[in-house]
Design a protein around this ligand. Sequence first.
Ligand SMILES: Cc1ncc(COP(=O)(O)O)c(C=O)c1O
Length: 407
Amino acid sequence: MNRYKKDFPILNREVKGRPIIYFDNGATSQRPLQVMKAVEEYDTKYNGNPHRAAHVLSIDSTREYEESKEAVAKFIGAKSSDEIVYTKNGSEALNLVARSYGENFLKEGDKIVITIAEHHSNIVPWQRVCQKTGAKLEYIYIDRETGEYLEEDFKKIDEDTKIVAFNHVSNVLGTVSPVEKFMKLAKEVGAVTVIDGAQAVPHIPVDVTKLDCDFYTFSGHKMLSAMGIGVLYAKSELLEKMEPFLLGGDMIEYVEEQTTTFASGATKFEAGTQNVEGAVSLKAAVDYLNDVGFDYIEEHNGEMMEYLVEEIKKVPHINIVGTKDPSKRQGVITFTVDDVHPHDVATILDSYGIAIRSGHHCAQPLGKYLGIPASNRVSPYFYNDLEEAKYFIEKLKTVRGVMGFGS
Ligand SMILES: Cc1ncc(COP(=O)(O)O)c(C=O)c1O
């Protein structure tokens, strides 16, 4: 059995008479006891409104919140915790950049370049920026077989481009974007870079200072933390220039009857009482991931991808979406089953206690481009094991039979 499984009580939950096989980690990961206990300790010892009062519980709560940001800053290689803004999730972090940067600094004639492999959270906010400013949204497309970006489309990053926004790892294709290439091209034309790291941070080490990106976003709940906390990394000089996202308590310096001056740094973007339990949960998740180590996580991912991709390829009538090279995949394998709706595939697998995703994966433009409006996605994490993968393959082979097809 996988050595980390014992830390995740939910994986003992019996579904259809056996412990659940949870292969939907791309949607949200599960939480280890260490993370739950950290939140319990906060709730039983330290809960108070941070940054607000002189009493011990407010001071404790402030410390827990700030220590969380320091741990997260270190985890992703940020220079200071002042470059870390906590949000509700990855989507809110991207919205913050679109609203506070995009809507204020773009104008008609400018361009935003994104890729066709983006999650809706890295598409829709940019559409809004374009509607409000008159800027244009352009896409870098992919090769339908390999999932790699089309070389000629990189020319779209030109002198008019003011923002280049792209995923670090695609939630549908599982491929890692050529970040250095995007960074080089964006820098040559002076465009600001936004990286959606929601599917990368749980799987690979990320160093935002080395990447030298302007913004980097991700969600706590895909990396063992509770839901309700997300992260925006932003270079300090950009945070200083940007308009606040939400207005109210904590994010101010002085408030007069008619006017207000704002706090500086990350605080300017954190209006109102923050999700301290989420911050505590995220710090415990970071500590846990640091203990596991990315050497193990990457090696384990390699083994799971190799097994699953090679075995899925052998099953007749199953089609993998994107690259068939397992070494190019991080965390997710998306596929379709001939003549069977993805919802039926997921329901049949659920009847065996196997949880996978079905649907458009919040990437409808990619689905339309590929001619695959819906598909299935299997996304293991480091606490899954090959036994589970074998059972999944065994049951996947039965799907067409259950639906009444001969093979
Ligand atoms: C690539 C990618 N970006 C952004 C998001 C949005 O994350 P959240 O739902 O936590 O806001 C997701 C979630 O599935 C994702 O996979």
